[in-house]
Design a binder for this molecule. Structure first.
Ligand SMILES: C[S@@+](CC[C@H](N)C(=O)[O-])C[C@H]1O[C@@H](n2cnc3c(N)ncnc32)[C@H](O)[C@@H]1O
Length: 246
């Protein structure tokens, strides 16, 4: 399931199984700490190759939801380059201030305030479902970069299982990151990365492309692209509904 919490939104649809997990840190000093704008060097490196793909696959899209926006760098880069899109950021609550700093600084007209959203594989009864901001008809584009190997596999399953509640009938879904093919790492660096991930969190790890695609197909998505990207990453793109030639 995916969990979210957001208030004060006019156009919302209540999505079953969504809720929130919030991390709050209390300051030790009486003087408020100056927030630091987060920065990811890897976003600097991968944002243009990713943008090249999104320009094609999101060319006729209107409302994009990003899951796991991280620093917010991708959002600013992509929203500026694709002004025909509204780019909606989301992530765990703790990430939202940093994302907000990037959005506030860029002052783009097509980046609404980020909202908290997490895929969580827990019984819905443990959390009160909250409304998720939704454009009329649902999001016709979903993008997520470098998230599927961070969350546990049950969360990956929960993410795909919950997507239909968010998607427009003809939605495009794009996932970027490292993937294994036929159960094998595609590079030594990906193998080392996987070791590093698992040492940090045994539930994480590079996912099999076929297993992720099976989840996508299970919710009625058809894969329309599988493209090798720099640094042993891939871009997977699926489409919901009838597929026309792109
Ligand atoms: C490696 S960072 C990638 C951030 C950004 N997309 C990028 O490419 O730089 C992984 C992101 O996945 C998010 N994430 C981890 N588990 C998640 C979950 N269960 N649901 C949604 N997002 C999650 C994290 O909060 C974090 O922002």
């Amino acid at each position: 399931m995916l969990y979210a919490v957001h208030g004060g939104v006019q156009d919302v649809r209540s999505v079953g199984g969504w809720g929130h997990r919030v991390t709050l840190r209390m300051p030790f000093a009486s003087t408020p700490a100056m927030p630091i704008k987060p920065h990811s060097p890897s976003c600097d490196r991968n944002q243009d190759p990713i943008l090249d793909m999104l320009r094609v696959h999101f060319a006729d899209r209107r409302h994009a939801l990003e899951i796991g926006s991280g620093t917010g760098q991708h959002a600013v880069h992509f929203a500026a380059a694709m002004p025909w899109l509204t780019w909606q950021c989301s992530d765990a609550e703790a990430y939202l201030p940093g994302i907000g700093m990037w959005l506030d600084e860029a002052r783009l007209p097509n980046t609404p305030a980020p909202f908290p959203l997490q895929a969580m594989a827990v019984p819905a009864a443990h959390f009160a479902p909250q409304p998720v901001p939704m454009p009329a008809g649902g999001y016709d584009a979903v993008f997520s970069a470098n998230t599927l190997h961070i969350m546990g596999w049950p969360e990956v399953e929960a993410l795909f299982a919950s997507l239909p509640t968010l998607l427009a009938d003809d939605a495009t879904v794009a996932a970027y990151g490292p993937f294994n093919i036929d159960g094998a790492f595609t590079s030594d660096s990906n193998r080392q990365f996987d070791d590093w991930l698992k040492a940090r969190d045994p539930r994480s790890g590079i996912r099999d492309l076929e297993a992720v695609s099976a989840l996508a197909e299970g919710i009625g998505l058809q894969r329309i692209a599988d493209v090798a990207m720099p640094a042993n990453n891939r871009m997977l793109v699926w489409r919901r509904g009838t597929i026309e030639a792109i």
